[in-house]
Structure formats: structure tokens, C-alpha cells
Design a binder for this molecule. Structure first.
Ligand code: ZN
Length: 195
């Protein structure tokens, strides 16, 4: 996996991306640590983090990382929407839209449907004191419903920079979060308070 930063667009906002080469059909990829790294780099204290899959046959899920459960998930996906049966999306004699050269080689109608039923394209999660707030066993998973492919997860953070214990804004943190717009944000409202 690769995480790369992006420049802030406006005060209180930071963005980044996680690039994942997925391992194969119905494999889960735990991206929780990459999201926590992004939050730490932004130096946001409290924030909302929007996690976004940029794909139609790979999606996001918050669930437990446990080997048996991951196999159960794969089996459930196959029961819900079996591969190896006919889907109109895979019928190149009738389909005319969005066709890529590999579509006839890699029919993936079932992958889109599994993602539509099981996965989601976006998650909105809170970050508290610089870390994702998740339940004890919750992890953020990218689920591949298609073959091994390069995938991108976008991260968008909306939050407040770290504050010092007396409630004043940590100016370095404000700059890290807000890039070139940091000064504007520090002169703005609302960025106060400690823990
Ligand atoms: Zn497709």
C-alpha cells in the first residue's frame, strides 16, 4: 500500500490517498493504520474523516479482521451474487456503454453487484485526539470484489488543529492541517479548546 499526501484546499481540510494493489477476488485490505497515519500527519485534534473508494467493484466496510470471518464474507458474497452465471453487464452482444478492452476477458457483473450489496463507496468516521474512533474490533476494510487490481482510497479530513493545554491554537499544527491557508484559519473562529 502507498499513501500519498495532497495539498490542503481550504482551512480545516486535508486530503490524501491510499493506493492498494489488491490481492484478488474477495480479499480484504485493512487500511485503518494508513488512515491513522494520515490523521497524525494532518495534526488534526478532532475531525471527521471521509473515506472514499473510487471504484465500482471494490468497496469499503467497517468490520472485524478475523480469518474465518473474512472467508465467511467471501462465501456470503458468492451466495448472494454468484460468479459464473449470466449478467447483462457481461454480455458484449447487447452492452454498448463504458466498454474497456479487458471487459470481455474479465466479466465482472457479479463484482459490481456484490459491491453494491455488501460494500459502500464512502464512510464518514470521527477522529478524536488525533486517532480514528472505532469500536474495539472495528477495522476499516477495502474489499476487492473483482480480480487483483490497483485501487485508490481517497481520504478527506475536516477538522480542527491541535490546541495547546491553555486552549491556544498550536500554530505549527494549524499549518500542517491547513497548508498555505493556515494563517487564515488561525485568525478564524472556532479553533479553540483542549481535550
Ligand atoms: Zn464491469
Amino acid at each position: 500500500m502507498e499513501v500519498s499526501g495532497m495539498q490542503s484546499a481550504f482551512p480545516g481540510y486535508a486530503a490524501s490517498r491510499i493506493d492498494v494493489d489488491t490481492l484478488g477476488k474477495l480479499e480484504c485490505h485493512d487500511v485503518t493504520e494508513e488512515i491513522d497515519e494520515f490523521i497524525a500527519e494532518s495534526r488534526a485534534q478532532n475531525a471527521m474523516v471521509l473515506v472514499q473508494s473510487m471504484h465500482t467493484s471494490a468497496g469499503l466496510l467497517v468490520n472485524e479482521w478475523e480469518t474465518g470471518l473474512r472467508k465467511d464474507l467471501a462465501n456470503a458474497a458468492e451466495r448472494l451474487v454468484p460468479s459464473g452465471i449470466d449478467y447483462l453487464h457481461d454480455d458484449m452482444s447487447v452492452r454498448w456503454e463504458n466498454i474497456c478492452p479487458e471487459d470481455s476477458e474479465w466479466p465482472n457483473g457479479h463484482s459490481h453487484l456484490q459491491n453494491a450489496i455488501i460494500g459502500t463507496s464512502t464512510l464518514l468516521l470521527p477522529a478524536v485526539e488525533g486517532k480514528l474512533m472505532l469500536g474495539r474490533w472495528q477495522r476499516v476494510l477495502l474489499v476487492e470484489f473483482d480480480r487483483p487490481r490497483p485501487r485508490t482510497v481517497m481520504l478527506h479530513l475536516f477538522g480542527l488543529p491541535a490546541a495547546s493545554t491553555n486552549g491556544a491554537i498550536d500554530e505549527d499544527a494549524a499549518f500542517a492541517l491547513q497548508g498555505t491557508n493556515g494563517q487564515r484559519a488561525m485568525n478564524g473562529n472556532g479553533a479553540s479548546g483542549g481535550h
